[in-house]
Design a protein around this ligand. Structure first.
Ligand code: PXP
Length: 249
């Protein structure tokens, strides 16, 4: 069964828009995480960014207590690594981070940072935490991820989402970016990696993603949090789970 991890960063984005630096305020990401799980989400994803623009250090303890499966996205930076080791998530997903970006824009260049990534991967695994790398569905990056020894890769679906949107949100035939995801998932699976996917996934493009094999979990944030403004978080999660039903793997 394809699993859903809800990225609740944007719940914290809303709080920080009003209460930045004050250490309190609503909405509470941990309360939102509980609603997501009660609606059927399998896990919770959050990203403690170096600039702390949404999730704050104090959120981590509450999220750890609430989340059935906690996936922390993180930059491979010394300060963040030590905070994450103390927070004890179930899994980390190492992502590239640039302060100027609105959200995580591209995948990691694993091939260029293999040694540093392998070191963090080992520290996480030694602490009982699984590790994943957020990468484009690129042959070279997938090979490098396997060498780093991570348990998972998360394939970046942003280009696929962009392609879907530019074809009028109703593409007649699978585009090149979808084909890249299919090939990337096959390659990663053949190398013994488990395959997650995320970024830019929404209620409209998700049906086409069913064509990508070997997916274990989708990490979805913006579309669910946006939909929750209209219908509430529980309904937004249930609608996404419905869009994921029937995935054949
Ligand atoms: N996966 C990763 C690694 C991400 O960085 C993000 C964005 O924070 C997501 C998934 C979720 O993307 P979106 O908010 O577009 O659903």
């Amino acid at each position: 069964m394809l699993k859903l991890g809800v990225n609740i960063d944007h719940v914290a984005t809303l709080r920080e828009a009003r209460y930045r630096g004050l250490g309190f305020g609503e909405p509470d990401p941990a309360a939102a995480a509980k609603i997501c799980q009660d609606a059927g989400a399998h896990g919770i994803t959050a990203h403690l960014r170096e600039d702390r623009r949404h999730i704050q250090d104090r959120d981590l303890g509450a999220l750890r207590r609430v989340a059935r499966r906690l996936n922390l996205e993180m930059a491979n930076a010394r300060e963040i690594v030590s905070i994450v080791l103390k927070a004890r998530p179930d899994i980390v997903c190492i992502v590239p981070e640039r302060r100027a970006e609105v959200t995580t824009e591209g995948g990691l260049d694993v091939a260029a940072a293999e040694t540093a990534l392998a070191e963090t991967r080992k520290r996480m695994n030694d602490a009982g935490i699984e590790a994943s790398l957020f990468i484009a569905p690129d042959e070279k990056q997938i090979d490098a991820a396997a060498r780093v020894g991570v348990q998972f890769v998360e394939l970046h679906t942003g280009a696929f989402a962009g392609e879907f949107h530019s074809s009028g949100d109703k593409p007649a035939t699978p585009g090149a970016e979808l084909e890249r995801l299919v090939a990337g998932a096959r390659q990663a699976h053949a190398l013994g990696l488990r395959v997650n996917a995320g970024h830019g996934l929404n209620y409209d493009n998700l049906p086409l993603l069913h064509r990508v094999p070997h997916l274990v979990e989708l990490n979805i944030g913006h579309s669910i949090v946006s939909r929750s403004v209209s219908v509430g978080m529980g309904t937004a999660v249930r609608e996404m789970l419905r869009a994921m039903e029937g995935y054949q793997g």
